[in-house]
Design a protein around this ligand. Sequence first.
Ligand code: NDP
Length: 448
Amino acid sequence: MPNNRQRIGAIYEEVVNRNPGEAEFHQAVKEVIETLEPVLRRYPHYAEHKIIERICEPERQIIFRVPWQDDKGEVHINRGFRVGFNSALGPYKGGLRFHPSVLIGTIKFLAFQQTFKNALTGLPIGSGKGGSDFDPKGKSDSEMMRFCQSFMTELYRHIGEMTDVPAGDIGVGAREVGYLFGQYKRITNRYESGVLTGKSPSWGGALVRKEATGYGTVFFTEAMLKARKMDLQGQTCVVSGSGNVALYAMQQLQILGAKVVACSDSSGVIYHKDGIHLDTIQRLKEVERKRIKEYADEHKDAQYMEGGNIWSIPCDVALPCATQNELDADAARTLVANGVIAVAEGANMPTTPDAVKVFHEAGIAFGPGKAANAGGVATSALEMQQNASRDAWSFEYTETRLREIMRNIHADCQRTAEEFGAPGNYAYGANIASFKRVADAMLAFGLI
Ligand code: NDP
Protein backbone atom coordinates (compact mmCIF):
# COMPACT_ATOMS: atom_id res chain seq x y z
CA MET A 1 0.00 0.00 0.00
CA PRO A 2 1.48 3.39 -0.91
CA ASN A 3 1.66 6.00 1.84
CA ASN A 4 -0.11 9.34 1.35
CA ARG A 5 2.98 11.15 0.09
CA GLN A 6 3.53 8.42 -2.54
CA ARG A 7 -0.15 8.45 -3.43
CA ILE A 8 -0.08 12.22 -4.05
CA GLY A 9 3.16 11.89 -6.03
CA ALA A 10 1.53 9.24 -8.25
CA ILE A 11 -1.57 11.41 -8.80
CA TYR A 12 0.61 14.32 -9.87
CA GLU A 13 2.58 12.11 -12.27
CA GLU A 14 -0.67 10.90 -13.80
CA VAL A 15 -1.90 14.50 -14.24
CA VAL A 16 1.34 15.43 -16.03
CA ASN A 17 1.15 12.37 -18.29
CA ARG A 18 -2.50 12.88 -19.19
CA ASN A 19 -2.13 16.61 -19.85
CA PRO A 20 1.17 16.92 -21.71
CA GLY A 21 2.63 20.38 -22.25
CA GLU A 22 0.21 22.12 -19.89
CA ALA A 23 2.82 23.49 -17.48
CA GLU A 24 0.56 26.05 -15.80
CA PHE A 25 -2.09 23.41 -15.13
CA HIS A 26 0.56 21.09 -13.66
CA GLN A 27 1.81 23.95 -11.47
CA ALA A 28 -1.67 24.75 -10.17
CA VAL A 29 -2.44 21.08 -9.41
CA LYS A 30 0.88 20.54 -7.65
CA GLU A 31 0.41 23.60 -5.47
CA VAL A 32 -2.90 22.26 -4.17
CA ILE A 33 -2.37 18.52 -3.86
CA GLU A 34 1.00 18.86 -2.13
CA THR A 35 -0.80 20.41 0.83
CA LEU A 36 -3.37 17.61 1.17
CA GLU A 37 -1.28 14.97 2.92
CA PRO A 38 -2.55 15.87 6.42
CA VAL A 39 -6.12 15.76 5.09
CA LEU A 40 -5.71 12.21 3.76
CA ARG A 41 -4.13 11.22 7.06
CA ARG A 42 -7.14 12.46 8.98
CA TYR A 43 -9.80 11.43 6.44
CA PRO A 44 -8.64 8.24 4.68
CA HIS A 45 -12.03 7.81 2.96
CA TYR A 46 -11.12 10.61 0.50
CA ALA A 47 -8.34 8.38 -0.83
CA GLU A 48 -10.58 5.33 -0.92
CA HIS A 49 -13.09 7.25 -3.10
CA LYS A 50 -10.32 8.72 -5.27
CA ILE A 51 -11.52 12.25 -4.60
CA ILE A 52 -8.18 13.90 -5.47
CA GLU A 53 -7.97 12.00 -8.76
CA ARG A 54 -11.54 13.04 -9.61
CA ILE A 55 -11.03 16.67 -8.58
CA CYS A 56 -8.01 16.94 -10.92
CA GLU A 57 -10.02 15.86 -13.97
CA PRO A 58 -12.30 18.52 -15.52
CA GLU A 59 -15.93 17.46 -15.91
CA ARG A 60 -15.98 18.81 -19.47
CA GLN A 61 -13.81 20.75 -21.94
CA ILE A 62 -15.15 22.51 -25.01
CA ILE A 63 -12.96 23.88 -27.81
CA PHE A 64 -14.46 25.71 -30.78
CA ARG A 65 -13.66 27.81 -33.85
CA VAL A 66 -14.37 31.55 -33.68
CA PRO A 67 -14.34 33.15 -37.15
CA TRP A 68 -14.76 36.94 -37.38
CA GLN A 69 -14.13 39.82 -39.75
CA ASP A 70 -12.06 42.93 -39.00
CA ASP A 71 -13.02 46.46 -40.10
CA LYS A 72 -11.25 45.98 -43.45
CA GLY A 73 -13.27 42.88 -44.20
CA GLU A 74 -10.38 40.47 -43.61
CA VAL A 75 -11.36 37.13 -42.07
CA HIS A 76 -9.65 35.89 -38.88
CA ILE A 77 -9.93 32.58 -37.08
CA ASN A 78 -9.48 32.28 -33.34
CA ARG A 79 -9.98 29.43 -30.94
CA GLY A 80 -12.57 29.50 -28.15
CA PHE A 81 -12.50 27.47 -24.93
CA ARG A 82 -14.83 26.70 -22.05
CA VAL A 83 -13.88 24.26 -19.31
CA GLY A 84 -16.44 23.16 -16.71
CA PHE A 85 -14.19 21.89 -13.96
CA ASN A 86 -16.36 20.98 -11.02
CA SER A 87 -20.08 21.37 -10.38
CA ALA A 88 -20.31 19.79 -6.91
CA LEU A 89 -21.25 23.07 -5.24
CA GLY A 90 -23.24 24.78 -8.00
CA PRO A 91 -23.25 25.67 -11.71
CA TYR A 92 -19.84 26.15 -13.33
CA LYS A 93 -18.70 29.69 -12.56
CA GLY A 94 -15.63 31.59 -13.73
CA GLY A 95 -14.49 34.27 -16.15
CA LEU A 96 -13.58 34.47 -19.82
CA ARG A 97 -10.04 35.55 -20.79
CA PHE A 98 -9.24 37.08 -24.17
CA HIS A 99 -5.46 37.21 -24.59
CA PRO A 100 -3.12 35.88 -27.32
CA SER A 101 -1.31 33.66 -24.78
CA VAL A 102 -4.45 31.61 -24.01
CA LEU A 103 -4.17 27.84 -24.54
CA ILE A 104 -6.33 25.02 -23.19
CA GLY A 105 -3.75 24.54 -20.38
CA THR A 106 -4.19 28.18 -19.32
CA ILE A 107 -7.94 27.75 -19.07
CA LYS A 108 -7.55 24.47 -17.19
CA PHE A 109 -5.21 25.99 -14.62
CA LEU A 110 -7.60 28.87 -14.04
CA ALA A 111 -10.66 26.60 -13.85
CA PHE A 112 -8.90 24.20 -11.47
CA GLN A 113 -7.98 27.05 -9.10
CA GLN A 114 -11.49 28.40 -9.41
CA THR A 115 -12.79 25.17 -7.83
CA PHE A 116 -11.11 26.01 -4.55
CA LYS A 117 -11.62 29.75 -4.72
CA ASN A 118 -15.35 29.40 -5.29
CA ALA A 119 -15.66 26.87 -2.47
CA LEU A 120 -13.95 29.31 -0.09
CA THR A 121 -16.64 31.93 -0.68
CA GLY A 122 -19.19 29.62 0.96
CA LEU A 123 -21.62 30.45 -1.87
CA PRO A 124 -23.34 27.89 -4.15
CA ILE A 125 -21.01 28.03 -7.17
CA GLY A 126 -19.03 25.37 -9.01
CA SER A 127 -16.00 26.17 -11.13
CA GLY A 128 -15.24 26.90 -14.77
CA LYS A 129 -13.22 29.19 -16.98
CA GLY A 130 -13.06 30.03 -20.65
CA GLY A 131 -11.71 32.40 -23.22
CA SER A 132 -9.91 32.74 -26.49
CA ASP A 133 -6.47 33.39 -27.97
CA PHE A 134 -7.97 36.55 -29.48
CA ASP A 135 -5.98 39.75 -28.82
CA PRO A 136 -8.29 42.67 -27.89
CA LYS A 137 -5.44 45.20 -28.08
CA GLY A 138 -6.00 47.82 -30.76
CA LYS A 139 -9.40 46.45 -31.82
CA SER A 140 -12.23 48.89 -32.57
CA ASP A 141 -15.57 48.64 -30.78
CA SER A 142 -17.17 47.07 -33.84
CA GLU A 143 -14.41 44.47 -34.16
CA MET A 144 -14.87 43.60 -30.47
CA MET A 145 -18.60 43.29 -31.05
CA ARG A 146 -18.23 40.99 -34.06
CA PHE A 147 -15.75 38.81 -32.21
CA CYS A 148 -17.97 38.55 -29.10
CA GLN A 149 -21.02 37.72 -31.24
CA SER A 150 -19.16 34.95 -33.04
CA PHE A 151 -17.78 33.60 -29.74
CA MET A 152 -21.25 33.50 -28.19
CA THR A 153 -22.79 31.90 -31.31
CA GLU A 154 -21.10 28.67 -30.22
CA LEU A 155 -20.83 29.23 -26.47
CA TYR A 156 -24.54 29.85 -25.89
CA ARG A 157 -25.49 26.16 -26.20
CA HIS A 158 -23.16 25.20 -23.35
CA ILE A 159 -24.11 27.82 -20.74
CA GLY A 160 -27.18 28.84 -18.73
CA GLU A 161 -28.02 30.20 -15.31
CA MET A 162 -28.34 26.68 -13.85
CA THR A 163 -25.50 25.19 -15.91
CA ASP A 164 -22.55 27.49 -16.42
CA VAL A 165 -22.26 31.22 -15.74
CA PRO A 166 -19.27 33.03 -17.33
CA ALA A 167 -17.97 36.49 -16.34
CA GLY A 168 -14.98 38.71 -17.25
CA ASP A 169 -11.24 38.19 -16.79
CA ILE A 170 -8.20 39.57 -18.64
CA GLY A 171 -9.40 41.35 -21.78
CA VAL A 172 -13.09 40.92 -20.96
CA GLY A 173 -14.77 43.83 -19.16
CA ALA A 174 -18.22 45.45 -19.14
CA ARG A 175 -18.13 46.26 -22.90
CA GLU A 176 -17.44 42.64 -23.87
CA VAL A 177 -19.96 41.23 -21.36
CA GLY A 178 -22.53 43.56 -22.98
CA TYR A 179 -21.86 42.23 -26.50
CA LEU A 180 -21.85 38.63 -25.24
CA PHE A 181 -25.13 39.03 -23.33
CA GLY A 182 -26.78 40.79 -26.28
CA GLN A 183 -25.95 37.88 -28.58
CA TYR A 184 -27.06 35.27 -26.01
CA LYS A 185 -30.39 37.07 -25.61
CA ARG A 186 -30.89 37.28 -29.37
CA ILE A 187 -30.11 33.62 -30.07
CA THR A 188 -32.04 32.12 -27.16
CA ASN A 189 -35.01 34.50 -27.15
CA ARG A 190 -34.63 34.74 -23.36
CA TYR A 191 -33.72 37.65 -21.08
CA GLU A 192 -31.79 35.34 -18.77
CA SER A 193 -29.91 37.82 -16.59
CA GLY A 194 -28.24 35.14 -14.50
CA VAL A 195 -26.38 33.60 -17.45
CA LEU A 196 -23.48 36.08 -17.28
CA THR A 197 -22.11 38.22 -14.46
CA GLY A 198 -20.11 41.42 -14.63
CA LYS A 199 -23.05 43.06 -16.44
CA SER A 200 -23.61 46.80 -16.30
CA PRO A 201 -25.75 47.76 -13.27
CA SER A 202 -28.19 49.48 -15.66
CA TRP A 203 -29.27 46.08 -17.06
CA GLY A 204 -28.93 43.53 -14.30
CA GLY A 205 -25.35 43.84 -13.06
CA ALA A 206 -24.44 44.11 -9.39
CA LEU A 207 -23.09 47.32 -7.99
CA VAL A 208 -19.55 46.72 -6.68
CA ARG A 209 -18.87 43.87 -9.18
CA LYS A 210 -16.44 46.09 -11.10
CA GLU A 211 -14.62 47.00 -7.89
CA ALA A 212 -15.00 43.63 -6.16
CA THR A 213 -11.80 41.74 -6.96
CA GLY A 214 -9.50 44.67 -6.22
CA TYR A 215 -11.45 45.78 -3.15
CA GLY A 216 -11.62 42.20 -1.90
CA THR A 217 -7.86 41.74 -2.25
CA VAL A 218 -7.34 44.84 -0.13
CA PHE A 219 -9.90 43.68 2.47
CA PHE A 220 -8.01 40.38 2.68
CA THR A 221 -4.70 42.25 3.08
CA GLU A 222 -6.28 44.40 5.78
CA ALA A 223 -7.35 41.23 7.63
CA MET A 224 -3.84 39.73 7.36
CA LEU A 225 -2.33 42.92 8.77
CA LYS A 226 -4.93 43.09 11.54
CA ALA A 227 -3.97 39.55 12.57
CA ARG A 228 -0.47 40.98 13.06
CA LYS A 229 -1.80 44.04 14.88
CA MET A 230 -1.11 46.38 11.95
CA ASP A 231 -3.22 48.25 9.39
CA LEU A 232 -2.92 49.85 5.96
CA GLN A 233 -2.81 53.47 7.11
CA GLY A 234 0.35 55.10 5.79
CA GLN A 235 1.75 51.92 4.19
CA THR A 236 3.62 52.29 0.90
CA CYS A 237 2.13 49.97 -1.72
CA VAL A 238 3.06 48.65 -5.14
CA VAL A 239 0.36 47.15 -7.40
CA SER A 240 1.25 45.44 -10.65
CA GLY A 241 -1.05 45.79 -13.66
CA SER A 242 -3.46 48.63 -14.36
CA GLY A 243 -6.52 46.67 -15.44
CA ASN A 244 -9.74 45.98 -13.58
CA VAL A 245 -8.24 44.28 -10.52
CA ALA A 246 -5.26 46.65 -10.15
CA LEU A 247 -7.35 49.82 -10.56
CA TYR A 248 -9.79 48.99 -7.80
CA ALA A 249 -7.14 47.54 -5.51
CA MET A 250 -5.38 50.90 -5.79
CA GLN A 251 -8.63 52.73 -5.12
CA GLN A 252 -9.39 50.78 -1.94
CA LEU A 253 -5.79 51.08 -0.73
CA GLN A 254 -6.12 54.84 -1.03
CA ILE A 255 -9.50 54.82 0.73
CA LEU A 256 -7.88 52.97 3.64
CA GLY A 257 -5.08 55.54 3.88
CA ALA A 258 -2.25 53.72 2.11
CA LYS A 259 0.04 55.34 -0.47
CA VAL A 260 0.28 53.61 -3.86
CA VAL A 261 3.57 54.52 -5.55
CA ALA A 262 3.69 52.21 -8.57
CA CYS A 263 1.62 50.27 -11.10
CA SER A 264 2.32 48.79 -14.54
CA ASP A 265 1.13 47.29 -17.80
CA SER A 266 2.78 44.70 -19.99
CA SER A 267 5.03 47.41 -21.52
CA GLY A 268 6.39 49.14 -18.44
CA VAL A 269 6.15 50.56 -14.93
CA ILE A 270 5.04 53.91 -13.56
CA TYR A 271 6.75 55.04 -10.35
CA HIS A 272 5.29 58.13 -8.68
CA LYS A 273 7.02 58.69 -5.36
CA ASP A 274 4.41 61.08 -3.98
CA GLY A 275 1.55 58.74 -4.83
CA ILE A 276 -0.22 57.66 -8.03
CA HIS A 277 -3.07 59.91 -9.23
CA LEU A 278 -5.68 57.24 -9.72
CA ASP A 279 -8.06 59.43 -11.71
CA THR A 280 -5.41 59.75 -14.44
CA ILE A 281 -4.78 55.99 -14.63
CA GLN A 282 -8.51 55.31 -14.64
CA ARG A 283 -9.14 57.72 -17.51
CA LEU A 284 -6.19 56.40 -19.52
CA LYS A 285 -7.16 52.74 -19.07
CA GLU A 286 -10.96 52.69 -18.76
CA VAL A 287 -11.99 55.55 -21.02
CA GLU A 288 -9.20 56.20 -23.51
CA ARG A 289 -7.81 52.61 -23.55
CA LYS A 290 -4.23 53.89 -23.71
CA ARG A 291 -0.90 52.66 -22.32
CA ILE A 292 0.24 53.79 -18.85
CA LYS A 293 3.34 55.31 -20.45
CA GLU A 294 1.14 58.36 -21.08
CA TYR A 295 0.81 58.93 -17.33
CA ALA A 296 4.37 60.26 -17.19
CA ASP A 297 3.53 62.82 -19.92
CA GLU A 298 0.84 64.27 -17.65
CA HIS A 299 2.73 63.99 -14.34
CA LYS A 300 6.25 65.23 -14.92
CA ASP A 301 7.51 64.14 -11.48
CA ALA A 302 6.54 60.50 -12.22
CA GLN A 303 8.96 58.09 -13.83
CA TYR A 304 8.13 55.61 -16.61
CA MET A 305 10.39 52.56 -16.89
CA GLU A 306 9.92 50.69 -20.17
CA GLY A 307 10.12 46.95 -19.41
CA GLY A 308 10.94 47.84 -15.79
CA ASN A 309 10.73 45.50 -12.80
CA ILE A 310 8.01 46.77 -10.49
CA TRP A 311 9.14 44.51 -7.62
CA SER A 312 12.44 46.41 -7.29
CA ILE A 313 10.52 49.41 -5.91
CA PRO A 314 10.66 49.41 -2.08
CA CYS A 315 7.26 48.95 -0.43
CA ASP A 316 5.46 47.65 2.66
CA VAL A 317 2.66 45.95 0.74
CA ALA A 318 2.90 44.33 -2.70
CA LEU A 319 -0.18 43.27 -4.67
CA PRO A 320 0.51 41.37 -7.90
CA CYS A 321 -2.64 42.07 -9.96
CA ALA A 322 -1.58 41.46 -13.59
CA THR A 323 -1.03 37.85 -14.64
CA GLN A 324 0.37 34.41 -13.76
CA ASN A 325 4.01 33.90 -12.76
CA GLU A 326 4.82 37.61 -12.81
CA LEU A 327 6.63 37.53 -9.44
CA ASP A 328 9.56 35.08 -9.26
CA ALA A 329 11.98 34.09 -6.49
CA ASP A 330 14.47 36.87 -7.32
CA ALA A 331 11.69 39.46 -7.16
CA ALA A 332 10.49 37.95 -3.87
CA ARG A 333 14.00 38.16 -2.38
CA THR A 334 14.22 41.82 -3.47
CA LEU A 335 10.85 42.60 -1.88
CA VAL A 336 11.90 40.89 1.36
CA ALA A 337 15.25 42.72 1.40
CA ASN A 338 13.36 45.99 0.93
CA GLY A 339 11.19 45.27 3.97
CA VAL A 340 7.84 44.11 2.51
CA ILE A 341 5.41 42.99 5.25
CA ALA A 342 2.45 41.66 3.24
CA VAL A 343 1.86 40.27 -0.24
CA ALA A 344 -1.60 39.37 -1.55
CA GLU A 345 -2.39 37.93 -4.98
CA GLY A 346 -5.02 39.98 -6.83
CA ALA A 347 -4.16 38.03 -9.99
CA ASN A 348 -4.41 34.26 -10.41
CA MET A 349 -1.14 32.44 -9.60
CA PRO A 350 1.06 35.56 -10.10
CA THR A 351 3.67 34.28 -7.63
CA THR A 352 5.88 31.37 -8.68
CA PRO A 353 6.14 28.43 -6.22
CA ASP A 354 9.76 29.40 -5.40
CA ALA A 355 8.71 32.96 -4.65
CA VAL A 356 5.92 31.74 -2.34
CA LYS A 357 8.57 29.72 -0.50
CA VAL A 358 10.74 32.84 -0.08
CA PHE A 359 7.80 34.73 1.48
CA HIS A 360 6.89 31.87 3.83
CA GLU A 361 10.49 31.38 4.95
CA ALA A 362 10.82 35.11 5.62
CA GLY A 363 7.60 35.12 7.68
CA ILE A 364 5.86 37.57 5.31
CA ALA A 365 2.03 37.57 5.40
CA PHE A 366 1.18 35.94 2.06
CA GLY A 367 -2.40 35.83 0.75
CA PRO A 368 -2.83 33.24 -2.05
CA GLY A 369 -5.06 34.27 -4.97
CA LYS A 370 -7.74 31.66 -4.40
CA ALA A 371 -8.45 33.39 -1.08
CA ALA A 372 -7.28 36.98 -1.65
CA ASN A 373 -8.97 37.55 -5.02
CA ALA A 374 -12.16 35.59 -4.31
CA GLY A 375 -14.09 38.86 -3.86
CA GLY A 376 -14.78 39.08 -7.60
CA VAL A 377 -16.46 35.73 -7.94
CA ALA A 378 -18.20 36.15 -4.58
CA THR A 379 -19.80 39.36 -5.86
CA SER A 380 -20.69 37.56 -9.08
CA ALA A 381 -22.57 35.06 -6.92
CA LEU A 382 -24.30 38.02 -5.24
CA GLU A 383 -25.18 39.26 -8.74
CA MET A 384 -26.74 35.85 -9.48
CA GLN A 385 -28.75 36.10 -6.23
CA GLN A 386 -30.07 39.52 -7.24
CA ASN A 387 -30.92 38.30 -10.75
CA ALA A 388 -32.75 35.24 -9.38
CA SER A 389 -34.88 37.40 -7.10
CA ARG A 390 -35.23 40.27 -9.61
CA ASP A 391 -33.72 42.57 -7.02
CA ALA A 392 -30.99 45.25 -6.98
CA TRP A 393 -28.99 45.96 -3.85
CA SER A 394 -27.33 49.26 -2.92
CA PHE A 395 -23.58 49.84 -3.26
CA GLU A 396 -23.18 50.11 0.53
CA TYR A 397 -25.06 46.88 1.25
CA THR A 398 -23.15 44.92 -1.41
CA GLU A 399 -19.79 46.30 -0.27
CA THR A 400 -20.59 45.33 3.32
CA ARG A 401 -21.42 41.78 2.17
CA LEU A 402 -18.13 41.66 0.22
CA ARG A 403 -16.11 42.86 3.21
CA GLU A 404 -17.78 40.23 5.44
CA ILE A 405 -17.10 37.47 2.91
CA MET A 406 -13.41 38.44 2.68
CA ARG A 407 -13.08 38.51 6.48
CA ASN A 408 -14.73 35.10 6.70
CA ILE A 409 -12.40 33.67 4.06
CA HIS A 410 -9.43 35.07 5.97
CA ALA A 411 -10.68 33.56 9.23
CA ASP A 412 -11.42 30.22 7.54
CA CYS A 413 -7.89 30.02 6.07
CA GLN A 414 -6.28 31.07 9.34
CA ARG A 415 -8.25 28.57 11.43
CA THR A 416 -7.73 25.68 9.02
CA ALA A 417 -3.98 26.34 8.71
CA GLU A 418 -3.69 26.20 12.50
CA GLU A 419 -5.86 23.10 12.76
CA PHE A 420 -3.68 21.25 10.25
CA GLY A 421 -0.36 22.24 11.80
CA ALA A 422 0.73 25.16 9.59
CA PRO A 423 -0.17 28.33 11.53
CA GLY A 424 0.04 31.53 9.48
CA ASN A 425 0.24 29.62 6.19
CA TYR A 426 -2.83 30.93 4.32
CA ALA A 427 -2.04 28.82 1.26
CA TYR A 428 -2.39 25.64 3.31
CA GLY A 429 -5.51 26.92 5.00
CA ALA A 430 -7.14 27.93 1.71
CA ASN A 431 -6.37 24.63 -0.02
CA ILE A 432 -7.49 22.39 2.81
CA ALA A 433 -10.67 24.27 3.79
CA SER A 434 -11.89 24.46 0.19
CA PHE A 435 -10.87 20.92 -0.72
CA LYS A 436 -12.90 19.50 2.17
CA ARG A 437 -15.98 21.45 1.13
CA VAL A 438 -15.85 20.22 -2.48
CA ALA A 439 -14.85 16.68 -1.50
CA ASP A 440 -17.76 16.26 0.92
CA ALA A 441 -20.27 17.39 -1.70
CA MET A 442 -18.74 15.01 -4.26
CA LEU A 443 -18.99 12.13 -1.80
CA ALA A 444 -22.63 12.94 -1.08
CA PHE A 445 -23.50 12.63 -4.79
CA GLY A 446 -22.00 9.15 -5.18
CA LEU A 447 -19.74 8.19 -8.06
CA ILE A 448 -20.59 10.71 -10.78
P1 NDP B 1 -7.42 43.29 -17.27
O1 NDP B 1 -7.40 42.81 -18.67
O2 NDP B 1 -8.41 44.31 -16.86
O3 NDP B 1 -5.98 43.83 -16.86
C1 NDP B 1 -4.85 43.03 -16.93
C2 NDP B 1 -3.64 43.86 -16.56
O4 NDP B 1 -2.51 43.00 -16.46
C3 NDP B 1 -3.30 44.90 -17.60
O5 NDP B 1 -2.66 45.99 -16.99
C4 NDP B 1 -2.32 44.15 -18.52
O6 NDP B 1 -1.44 44.97 -19.23
C5 NDP B 1 -1.56 43.31 -17.50
N1 NDP B 1 -1.10 42.07 -18.14
C6 NDP B 1 -1.87 41.12 -18.73
N2 NDP B 1 -1.11 40.14 -19.23
C7 NDP B 1 0.15 40.48 -18.94
C8 NDP B 1 1.40 39.87 -19.18
N3 NDP B 1 1.48 38.71 -19.85
N4 NDP B 1 2.50 40.50 -18.72
C9 NDP B 1 2.41 41.66 -18.02
N5 NDP B 1 1.25 42.29 -17.77
C10 NDP B 1 0.14 41.70 -18.22
O7 NDP B 1 -7.57 41.96 -16.38
P2 NDP B 1 -8.03 41.83 -14.87
O8 NDP B 1 -7.57 42.99 -14.09
O9 NDP B 1 -9.45 41.46 -14.87
O10 NDP B 1 -7.23 40.52 -14.40
C11 NDP B 1 -5.92 40.59 -13.83
C12 NDP B 1 -5.64 39.30 -13.08
O11 NDP B 1 -6.62 39.12 -12.03
C13 NDP B 1 -5.71 38.01 -13.91
O12 NDP B 1 -4.78 37.09 -13.38
C14 NDP B 1 -7.11 37.52 -13.64
O13 NDP B 1 -7.23 36.13 -13.86
C15 NDP B 1 -7.23 37.85 -12.17
N6 NDP B 1 -8.60 37.92 -11.65
C16 NDP B 1 -9.52 38.77 -12.23
C17 NDP B 1 -10.79 38.86 -11.71
C18 NDP B 1 -11.77 39.84 -12.20
O14 NDP B 1 -12.82 39.99 -11.56
N7 NDP B 1 -11.51 40.58 -13.27
C19 NDP B 1 -11.23 37.95 -10.61
C20 NDP B 1 -10.14 37.19 -10.01
C21 NDP B 1 -8.90 37.16 -10.56
P3 NDP B 1 -1.68 45.20 -20.82
O15 NDP B 1 -2.85 46.10 -20.90
O16 NDP B 1 -0.41 45.78 -21.28
O17 NDP B 1 -1.94 43.82 -21.38
